[in-house]
Design a binder for this molecule. Structure first.
Ligand code: ADP
Ligand code: MG
Length: 247
């Protein structure tokens, strides 16, 4: 039996009259890249915010690395968050800090007893693996959109997360840069043995990075499977239209 790192059952979340999640069931297996697709406002970001304890569900369970997130107290929640690398939509680098300072920030805050040399070595290793070894002393304003995304991913990896959450990693990037980021997502999985959720509405990103696809429709995952299972033979009209619109 495959190990589950995330197990979601019957998850419900409303904001006032707006029912966003209406009984979500989903598993993330160890080592896989799971793509979550859905149109804007379908609740994709809400789902991962519940996963990291930034929002609480109304009903159902969200187990991450064996723990029910909504039951965790502050200390335990912080410990769990350190094992999850999340790069949120629009979450940018701090413009007034160099790349090095941006990357040091989570380390210095969360890991004590590291020497200056150890910190530098770790940063250099990660910048190298995202293909930007020369950027350590640059300011974010000197980097392209794609380079900033890469640095964002490198920063997320600095605490050796077990789970990576990518919220619309290719949004706003040109097709070539998108492909670079897709490759980086796959490379990170190989190199750091992470299990990942990739939230996107870019079907190329979905196809290239996803072992499985999960389509969020009307607050539930109705189609979960390989790209071909979900899209090529889609019998749900809305899943099919998602595909037709993109390709
Ligand atoms: P997306 O799938 O585009 O990521 P979201 O998960 O961000 O969508 O949002 C789903 C719906 O929930 C949207 O209608 C959004 O306005 C609403 N929503 C999200 N967070 C909140 C909040 N904290 N308070 C009220 N409504 C929210
Ligand atoms: Mg979102």
């Amino acid at each position: 039996m495959e190990e589950k790192v995330v197990e979601i059952r019957g998850l419900m979340k409303s904001f006032g009259d707006l029912d966003v999640l209406k009984g979500v069931d989903l598993d993330l297996f160890k080592g896989e890249n799971l793509v979550v697709l859905g149109k804007s406002g379908s609740g994709k970001s809400v789902l991962i915010k519940i996963m990291v304890g930034l929002l609480k569900q109304d009903e159902g369970t969200m187990r991450v690395l064996g723990k029910e997130v909504s039951e965790l107290k502050t200390k335990a929640l912080n410990d769990l968050r350190l094992k999850i690398g999340f790069s949120f939509q629009n979450s940018a680098l701090y413009d007034s800090m160099t790349v090095r300072e941006n990357m040091e920030f989570p380390l210095v805050r969360n890991v004590k007893n590291l020497t200056r040399g150890e910190i530098t070595k770790k940063i250099e290793e990660l910048l190298d693996s995202v293909g930007l070894p020369q950027s350590i002393n640059q300011m974010p304003s000197e980097l392209s959109g794609g380079q900033k995304k890469r640095i964002g991913v490198a920063r997320t990896l600095i605490l050796n997360p077990e789970i990576m959450l990518y919220d619309e990693p290719t949004a706003g990037l040109d097709p070539i840069t998108c492909m670079d980021i897709n490759n980086l997502i796959n490379q990170v999985r190989e190199q750091y043995n992470t299990s990942s959720i990739v939230i996107t509405h870019d079907l190329t990103c979905a196809k290239v990075t996803g072992d499985r696809q999960a389509v969020l429709l009307d607050g539930q995952f109705k189609s979960v499977g390989s790209f071909d299972e979900v899209f090529a033979h889609a019998d749900d009209r809305r899943v099919k239209s998602f595909y037709d619109y993109n390709f």
